[in-house]
Design a protein around this ligand. Structure first.
Ligand code: NOJ
Length: 759
C-alpha cells in the first residue's frame, strides 16, 4: 500500500467515525430548524421585534410612538415576535389569536412583563429578600410570582436583576441582591430556579431573564443610565459571577443594559454577548435589549443613526429589539445590502424559537390564557402567608440597646407614628406588577391586630413624606413645610410607654430612574424624630426603604431600629411578628449602610490601597476622609437577634495545602440567650498577596443555623479551588499559592481569624 493510500484510508476512517458519532438532532432542534427553513427574511426579523402594549409604558415613548397606530396590522403581518406589558388571560389570548390566526406561519408571541418581586401577591423587594440570607425564600417567592403571572397570560419575566450594586445613590439597588457577588450568585440561582422550576413547559412556570448584562449598577456617581468605567478585573470578579450563576441555573434569556462599558454600549458588546455569554458559557437562549437601548446608541454617540444602531446591536449579539424599532425597520435592508450576514439573523431567530418551544407555545399558544385559572390562582391566602413568612425573615434588627424589643406584653400603650406608619402603598414597592395600590397591611394594622385588647394603640402621621404625584413615571416632591401634624404626634408619644416611628422612603423614591445625591431622610422626618425624642426616649424606629440610608443621628439616638424595607403585601403583619418576638429576627444587611452619602460607593470587599489607615481613622496622608470615618454606619452582613450567639475560634483541618486540595474551617456556635434563634454564620477569605490585588475580605460561604437556647452546634465550611481563586483581567481563573486569611463571624467586621497557605 502506498503511503498516500494509507493516509486516505486513515482519513476516511476518521470521517466515518466522526459522522457516526454525530449526535442526532433533538426534537427541539429539528422543530426549530424545520420552521426556520420555512421562514422568509421578513418573518425572521419579525421574531426579533418586541413592542409594549399601548397601556403600560415602562420607559420613554419610542420613536413615532412605534407601533401604536397600526399595532393590530403589524401583529397580523408577522412583524412582532413578542410583546411586553400585555396582561391578563383575556388580553393575552386576544393578542395571541390575532397573530396565530392571521400570520402565515402562526408563530405564537411570547409575552414578557416585569415580575420583579411578586405579580399580585407582593413580596419584599429583592434587596430585602437578600437580607434573609436564605435563597430558598427567594426561590419560593419567585415560584409563587411565576404561578400568578403564568395564570395571567405571562410567559416570561424580566427578572431576576442580578446586578451587584455598591452604590446607594443608584435607585435600582433595591432590585438586586446587594453588594456581594457570592451572595448575589446564590440569589440569582434561586430566583431562576423559582421562576422556571425544572420544566419551562409546565404551565405554572415562566421563563426568567438575567439582567442587565453588564455593569449597569456601576453607572458613574450612581446616576441611572450613566456611563460605566470599570476595569476587567472588577468586571470578571464582581459583576459577572451572578450572571454566570444564572446561566448555570438554566436561565432562559438575558437582557442587556443601557450603559456603555469602557466606551462600548453593552447592547453592542460582542465580547459580552457573543464571546463570553454565548460561546464561553454556552448560553443557548436569547438576549433581549433593554427598552430602546438599541436606539439609545445614537445619543450615546456610538451610532450615527438607528440603522447603524441596528447593525451594531445584531453584530454584538442582541437578539431581540425591545421598543427601538431598529430591527424591524433596518435588518432586512442591512442583510440585503450584504452588511449583515443572514446567518446572524438565523442564529438570533433560532434562539427565540427555542425559548418559545421550551415554553410549549407551539403545542398550545393559549396554554397560559385560562380565565378560570387566573381567578383561582391570584393573591391566595397561601401566597399571602408565604409573603408574611418571607417578609419577617427579611427584616434586620439594627439596634436594640434598651431591650425595647421584643415588645413586652407589660407595655400597655403604644404610639404608632410617622408618615409610613399607616401607608398601605409603599410596602407594595416600586416594581409592583399587578400589586394593587394601597393593598398592603400597614404597620398600624399589623400592630393593632397583634395587640388586640392588651394595649392601647394611638396613631399619628406626624408629617407627610411626599406631596403631589406618586407614580412610576414621576419624580417625588417632598413635604418640607407642613408641620401641622406634629402636635398630635407629640401628644401621642407623651401619653404612650413606647413609640414605633415609621420613617424612611416612599416606595417611589427608589427604583429605576430614582438616583439621589442625598440618601438621608427626606422632608421633615428627622425633625419629627427629634420632636418625639424630646418627649419620649423609648423610640423604636421602623425603617421602610429600598436603599441603604445614611442615618447617623438616628443610629446614635434611637435605642432600637428595625430595618423592615418595603416588605410587600403582608408587611404590617410581618413587622408585628418581629416587633413582638413572634419571630426572632435573623436578617443581615446585604449592603453596607453609609454614614454619609460622601462615602458612596461603600462596600466591604474593597481593596486595601497602599496606604490603609494604620490605627485611628481620620489621619491625613492615609487613604481616608478627614471629616468622616472610612467605616460604614452598619457593615455588610450586620444584623442582631433577640438572643446572643457566641463564636469559638476557627479550627482548620490543615494549614498548608497543595494546589487543588481542600481545606475545612470549623467553628462552634453557642446560643447564650434564653430564646431560640437563627444566626447567619459568614465565612470570608483574603488572598493576602496576589498578582492582581484582592479585596480585604471576600464572602465565600454562609450558613443559616437555628439554635435552641443554650444549644451549641459546629458549623463547617469547605474551601476548594472554586472559592480560593479569582479571575485575571483577561478572564482566566487562577488559584495562586501564598497565604490566605480566613475569617468567620456574625458580620463582615466582627469575625474570628486564622490563616493557611497554598504551597
Ligand atoms: C427598563 C428596565 O431597565 C428593565 O429592567 C425593564 O425590564 C424594562 N424597562 C421593561 O420594562
Amino acid at each position: 500500500m502506498t503511503r498516500l493510500y494509507l493516509i486516505m484510508l486513515f482519513a476516511a476512517v476518521i470521517l466515518a467515525s466522526c459522522s457516526s458519532n454525530e449526535k442526532p438532532m433533538s426534537k427541539e432542534e429539528q422543530f426549530v430548524e424545520d420552521l426556520l427553513e420555512k421562514m422568509t427574511l421578513a418573518e425572521k426579523v419579525g421574531q426579533l421585534n418586541q413592542y409594549t402594549s399601548r397601556w403600560e409604558m415602562t420607559g420613554p415613548a419610542p420613536k413615532d410612538n412605534a407601533g401604536a397606530q397600526d399595532l393590530s396590522a403589524q401583529l397580523k403581518s408577522g412583524m412582532v415576535g413578542s410583546m411586553l406589558n400585555v396582561i391578563g388571560a383575556v388580553a393575552t389570548r386576544n393578542a395571541q389569536k390575532t397573530v396565530v390566526e392571521n400570520t402565515r406561519l402562526g408563530i405564537p408571541l411570547i409575552f414578557g412583563y416585569d415580575v420583579i418581586h411578586g405579580f399580585k401577591t407582593m413580596f419584599p423587594l429583592p434587596l430585602a429578600e437578600a437580607a434573609s440570607w436564605n435563597p430558598e425564600l427567594a426561590r419560593l417567592s419567585s415560584e409563587i410570582a411565576a404561578k400568578e403571572a403564568a395564570a395571567s397570560g405571562i410567559h416570561w419575566t424580566f427578572a431576576p436583576m442580578v446586578d451587584v450594586g455598591r452604590d446607594a445613590r443608584w435607585g435600582r439597588v433595591m432590585e438586586g441582591a446587594g453588594e456581594d457577588p457570592y451572595l448575589g450568585s446564590a440569589f440569582a440561582k434561586a430566583r431562576v430556579l423559582g421562576f422556571q422550576g425544572d420544566d419551562l413547559n409546565n404551565d405554572l412556570t415562566i421563563a426568567s431573564c438575567a439582567k442587565h448584562f453588564a455593569g449597569y449598577a456601576f453607572s458613574e456617581s450612581g446616576r441611572d443610565y450613566n456611563s460605566v468605567e470599570i476595569g476587567d478585573e472588577t468586571l470578571h470578579n464582581i459583576v459577572l459571577p451572578p450572571f454566570k450563576a444564572a446561566t448555570e441555573a438554566g436561565v432562559a434569556t438575558f437582557m442587556n443594559a443601557f450603559n456603555t462599558i469602557q466606551g462600548t454600549p453593552a447592547t453592542a458588546s460582542s465580547f459580552l454577548q457573543r464571546d463570553l455569554l454565548k460561546d464561553e458559557w454556552g448560553f443557548d437562549g436569547f438576549v433581549v435589549s433593554d427598552w430602546n437601548s438599541i436606539g439609545e446608541m445614537v445619543p450615546h454617540g456610538a451610532a450615527a443613526d438607528l440603522k447603524e444602531s441596528a447593525y451594531r446591536a445584531i453584530k454584538g449579539g442582541s437578539d431581540m429589539d425591545m421598543e427601538a424599532r431598529a430591527y424591524i425597520d433596518y435588518l432586512e435592508e442591512l442583510v440585503n445590502e450584504g452588511k449583515v450576514d443572514g446567518a446572524l439573523i438565523d442564529d438570533a431567530v433560532r434562539r427565540v424559537l427555542r425559548v418559545k418551544y421550551r415554553l410549549g407555545l407551539f403545542d398550545d399558544p393559549y396554554k397560559y390564557c385560562d380565565v378560570e385559572r387566573e381567578q383561582a390562582m391570584l393573591y391566595t391566602g397561601e401566597h399571602r402567608e408565604a409573603a408574611r413568612k418571607i417578609a419577617r425573615e427579611s427584616m434586620v434588627l439594627l439596634k436594640n440597646d434598651k431591650q425595647l424589643l421584643p415588645i413586652s406584653d407589660k407595655v400597655k400603650s403604644i404610639a404608632v407614628i410617622g408618615p409610613l406608619a399607616d401607608d398601605k402603598d409603599s410596602p407594595i414597592g416600586n416594581w409592583r406588577a399587578q400589586g394593587e395600590a394601597n393593598s398592603a397591611v400597614s404597620l398600624l394594622e399589623g400592630i393593632k391586630a397583634a395587640v388586640g385588647n392588651n394595649a392601647t394603640v394611638s396613631y399619628a402621621e406626624g408629617c407627610q413624606l411626599s406631596i403631589g404625584a406618586r407614580t412610576f413615571a414621576h419624580a417625588m416632591t417632598y413635604n418640607e413645610t407642613d408641620r401641622s401634624g406634629f402636635t398630635k404626634a407629640i401628644n401621642a408619644a407623651k401619653r404612650s410607654e413606647l413609640v414605633l416611628l415609621a420613617i424612611g422612603e416612599d416606595c417611589f423614591q427608589s427604583g429605576e430612574g430614582r438616583s439621589q445625591t442625598d440618601i438621608g431622610l427626606k422632608g421633615l422626618q428627622m425633625e419629627l424624630f427629634n420632636e418625639i425624642y424630646k418627649v419620649n426616649k423609648n423610640i423604636v424606629v421602623v425603617l421602610m426603604n429600598g436603599r441603604p440610608l445614611a442615618i447617623p443621628e438616628i443610629a446614635e439616638k434611637a435605642p432600637a431600629i428595625l430595618e423592615a424595607w418595603h416588605a410587600g403585601s403582608e408587611a404590617g403583619n410581618a413587622m408585628a411578628d418581629v416587633l413582638f418576638g413572634k419571630y426572632n429576627p435573623s436578617g443581615k444587611l446585604p449592603v453596607s449602610f453609609p454614614r454619609t452619602v460622601g462615602q458612596c460607593p461603600i462596600y466591604y470587599n474593597h481593596k486595601n490601597t497602599g496606604r490603609p489607615v494604620p490605627e485611628a481613622e481620620n489621619m491625613v496622608l492615609y487613604s481616608c476622609f478627614t471629616d468622616a470615618p472610612n467605616s460604614p454606619l452598619f457593615p455588610f452582613g450586620y444584623g442582631l437577634s433577640y438572643t446572643d450567639f457566641e463564636y469559638s475560634g476557627i479550627t482548620l483541618d490543615k494549614t498548608e495545602l497543595a494546589k487543588d486540595a481542600e481545606v475545612t474551617a470549623t467553628i462552634s456556635l453557642t446560643n447564650k440567650g434564653t430564646v431560640h434563634g437563627e444566626e447567619v454564620v459568614q465565612l470570608y477569605i483574603q488572598d493576602v498577596a496576589a498578582t492582581y490585588t484582592r479585596p480585604v475580605k471576600e464572602l465565600k460561604g454562609f450558613k443559616k443555623v437555628m439554635l435552641k437556647a443554650g444549644e451549641t452546634k459546629e458549623v463547617s465550611f469547605k474551601l476548594t479551588d472554586k472559592e480560593l481563586g479569582y479571575y485575571y483581567p483577561c478572564g482566566k481563573y487562577v488559584v495562586e499559592p501564598g497565604q490566605f486569611n480566613v475569617f468567620v463571624g456574625t458580620n463582615s467586621v466582627d469575625v474570628k481569624q486564622t490563616q493557611f497557605s497554598i504551597l
